[in-house]
Each structure stands twice: as C-alpha cells, then as structure tokens.
Design a protein around this ligand. Structure first.
Ligand code: MF3
Ligand code: CO
Length: 246
C-alpha cells in the first residue's frame, strides 16, 4: 500500500486532472443541462489531458462520471434528466494517467437551493475536512471514520455506512477500506506514502439507503437529499497532501 516517489508523481498528475475536470465542469452545472451532457463534457476533457475516465466500463459501469441528484446518494448514471433550479448534484470523477488513478466527488447546487440543502452541502464538505485533518503517519484508519461520524452526528446528518473510501493506485479501489464511521485508535496504521480516497456520504434524513433496479444508483430510503464529497490524498511525513485539488 506504500507508493514509491515515482508512483506518487503519477498519482499527483492523475489527481490534478480530476481536480481540473471538476473546475471545468462547474461552469456548466446550471438548470437546463442534462446529466448526459455533463458526462460528455467530462469525457472529452479527460481525453484532452491524455488520460482516460476510470469509471467507464469499470465493472460494467456505462458512463465516464457518476451524477447523483438530490435523494440519489452515489453512482447515479448520466441520462437525459434535465437539472432543475433547486437541485443538488454530486459529480464523481475518476481519471487514469499512465496507469494511475485519481478519484474525487463533489456536490454542487443547481441555481438557488433551499436552506436545508445548503446546510447539507456545507456540513458534508466540512465532515470531509474533519476526516482528513487527523491524517498523519501513526494515526489509524478508525481515527478518520471517528472524526467524520462525530461531526455528522453533531450536525444531525445520517452517515451512509454501506459504502466506504479506499486506497487508490494502479487500481481505482485498493486496500485499505476507509469507512466514514469508526472508533479512535482502531484499524490499520497510516504510513507515509499511502494514498487513500476519503469520501463521506451524508444524508439530511436517516442513514438508510437502497439500490435502484439499474443496479447502480443508490437512493436514500426516506427520499431526503444526500451529499458526497471526496478527495484522494497522500500521507506525507507529517500530515497529508490533497492530490485532487481544484
Ligand atoms: N468514485 C466511486 C468511488 O469512489 C467509484 C464509482 S463506481 C463506478 O468509489 F463504477 F462508477 F466507477
Ligand atoms: Co472513491
């Protein structure tokens, strides 16, 4: 799980391409655009950077990005759905550069959103940074989950437990799993050179989810909105560095 300096250089490029793809897509996230149009824009942009979309054909996934709207938690498949004023959309992007992956999801408002959705976006983003803030060599995977879960509970948001963060490298999903819940000082010890994706999924309502008949889209059981924020980071000698910066 420890990456060499040469590998980290390539993971930095892959991560930067993912961050840049988010930056590029942001301007198009407005009422009236379809999620399929966003997928095409992302595909073309990633290819223009000499990379390939990590998700396309991953275990049969049929698109380049995941677009999860409102009560969709993750893995929403781009379609002819037209974004409406007041929606929130999580866009999850992966890119592979010279065999190494970057992975980052972000949730965005579409036009003007209500106060509840603003609260959800603000505090899910903050829960990601709470989780990241504990990362340094010697800390444990459980410390990350603990920080995220405690922050979410304090803000009365539901923590999705069925899906977890993960190692990132030559494969999009590697060991270790990085849950968004846990106990302090439990689980694997973090070491310099580990590369992990931390990705809290928080719900405005209950934590329960189910999967749609398309076998991909995950939805909240109570139909309340959900948000998802994810960065890929490398553990450094005294902390961490975000590889998927904007
Ligand atoms: N970004 C997702 C994750 O963090 C992966 C999307 S699943 C895929 O694990 F099949 F769409 F690729
Ligand atoms: Co991920």
């Amino acid at each position: 799980m420890i990456k060499s300096n040469e590998e980290i250089e390539l993971l930095k490029i892959a991560g930067q391409i993912v961050g840049d793809t988010h930056n590029y897509l942001k301007q198009f996230i407005k009422p009236g655009i379809t999620t399929k149009e966003l997928d095409k824009l992302a595909y073309d942009y990633i290819i223009s950077r000499d990379a390939t979309p990590s998700f396309l054909n991953y275990e049969g996934y049929p698109a380049s990005i995941c677009t999860s709207v409102n009560e969709e938690v993750v893995h929403g498949i781009p379609s002819d759905r037209i974004l409406q004023d007041g929606d929130i959309i999580s866009i999850d992007i992966g890119a592979c550069y010279k065999g190494y992956h970057g992975d980052s999801a972000w949730s965005y408002p579409v036009g003007n959103i209500d106060e509840e959705k603003k609260y959800l976006l603000e505090h899910t983003e903050k829960s990601l940074y709470e989780g990241l803030s504990v990362i340094k060599p010697g800390m444990k995977i459980g410390d990350i989950g603990y920080a995220i879960e405690q922050y979410a509970l304090k803000h009365k948001l539901g923590v999705v437990k069925e899906l977890v963060g993960h190692g990132v490298g030559k494969h999009l999903h590697e060991s270790p799993d990085v849950p968004n819940y846990g106990k302090k000082n439990t689980g694997m010890t973090l070491r310099k050179g580990m590369v992990i994706a931390v990705e809290p999924m928080l719900n405005l309502g209950e934590p329960d989810i189910y999967i749609l008949d398309d076998d991909w889209t995950i939805i909240t059981a109570d139909d309340k909105p959900s948000a998802h924020f994810e960065h890929t980071v490398v553990v450094t000698k005294d902390g961490y560095e975000i590889l998927t910066k904007r």
